[in-house]
Design a protein around this ligand. Structure first.
Ligand code: MG
Length: 389
């Protein structure tokens, strides 16, 4: 195989920078486009090293500043329009979709509609628009490679297997930093506590989602769409060491698991090289050193967000999109100090009951549902400001 052209949406974020690290170890990859929201200093550095065809900057002030000061000579685009142009450029072989939140949905769909394979780190895309995305991928014969350790694990376990032979998939969850914290102490959890994940280094949105177990909830929805299994065939187990990244149980009771150290570069490398395991110098796992692997049942009362995700899947229509939008607002409000940690799931649950879902949503309906859910949730939080602190 010759050179592979890759574009990265969100190249200055946690997944974006790690993807570039992995790419810098491979001579077979050429960078087409890079994008950032506001981190133009890092983008400038990345342009120097990887010399892309063009870049997109989503924040207007940052775009203007970059344009007037940069030494980069390629194309420079602004905002959603820029994302549309680059995500539709079919000279790209693989689009790494690692924007944060709902912003990833439309560019990912564009890429799929232009027959570009997608390495998907933005799980919100499948959560908000799972049916639309997977249908488009099927119609355009496009591959979706998950850059999520759990789904990458399942994809690896399914090599050579028949989907009809699967009894269930078992997603592992680290449990986050509050797995052992008694629920009566949840009131006093601070932003710093919640941002301190025991195993994984990630962006702030996903780190908070890991602490509330919403991340696992979103991953349940992601798995539902990626692997086409019924909701009942998706299980979650707490595994604090994050060594087993997930498992598949077959109809003869046999279970396959994929193991490794918690390092996002491994699922990134697999997504870039699928179905090959190319050579990299990542740190090797030493099971004798690790010694013990433990497993626990998830506590749905302590972490109601996980239950909400299963509920949203069962309700269907635009419910998962609404849950995702509401959760983006509550997490942001928590990070801004407007609401307490416990209120994230409380408000998520309230809003899921309050906001009406539509059946068989089009992409237009999804965009509207997302906007609407954000407005309602923001209004609710602002009008009750103080109560939820
Ligand atoms: Mg994950």
């Amino acid at each position: 195989m010759g050179f592979k052209n890759i574009s990265i949406l969100g190249s200055t974020g946690s997944i974006g920078t790690q993807t570039l690290d992995v790419i810098s170890q491979s001579e077979q990859i050429v960078i087409n486009y890079l994008t950032t929201n506001t981190n133009i200093l890092l983008l400038e550095e990345q342009c120097k090293v990887f010399n892309p065809k063009g870049v997109v900057i989503s924040d207007f002030d940052s775009f203007s500043q970059f344009k007037s000061s940069t030494k980069f000579e390629g194309e420079i685009y602004f905002g959603e329009e820029g994302l549309e142009i680059i995500s539709s450029d079919s000279t790209t072989d693989l689009l790494v979709s690692s924007l944060v939140g709902f912003a990833g949905v439309i560019p990912t769909l564009n890429a799929i509609n232009n027959k570009i394979d997608v390495a998907l780190a933005n799980k919100e895309t499948l959560v908000a628009a799972g049916e639309i995305i997977t249908t488009a991928a099927k119609n355009n014969n496009v591959n979706i490679f998950p850059i999520d350790s759990e789904h990458s694990a399942i994809q690896q376990c399914l090599i050579g297997e028949n989907i009809d032979d699967i009894e269930k998939i078992i997603l592992t969850a680290s449990g986050g930093p509050f797995f052992e914290t008694p629920s009566e102490k949840f009131e006093s959890i601070t932003i710093e506590d919640a941002l301190n994940h025991p195993n994984w280094t990630m962006g702030s949105k996903i780190t908070i989602d890991s602490a509330t177990l919403m991340n696992k909830g979103l991953e349940v929805i992601e798995a539902y769409w990626l692997f086409g299994l019924p909701v009942e065939a998706i299980d979650v187990i707490i595994h604090p060491q994050s060594i087993i990244h997930s498992m598949v149980q077959f109809k003869d009771s046999s279970v396959k698991a994929q193991l490794g150290l918690p390092d996002m570069k491994v699922p990134i490398a697999y997504a870039l090289n699928y179905p090959k395991h190319k050579s990299y110098d990542f740190k090797r796992m030493n099971l004798a050193e690790i010694g013990t692997l433990t497993f626990f049942k998830p506590d749905y009362n302590k972490f109601p967000n996980l239950r909400l995700a299963f509920e949203a899947l069962e309700r269907g229509g635009s419910t998962c999109c609404i849950l995702n939008a509401v959760n983006e607002v509550t997490v942001q409000s928590f990070l801004e100090g407007k609401i307490g940690f416990k209120s994230i799931s409380e408000i998520n649950s309230l809003m899921l009951d309050k906001i009406e879902s539509t059946n068989n949503p089009s992409i237009h309906d999804i965009i509207e549902a997302d906007k609407n859910a954000r407005i309602i949730t923001n209004e609710y939080i602002n009008s009750n400001n103080g109560i939820y602190k």
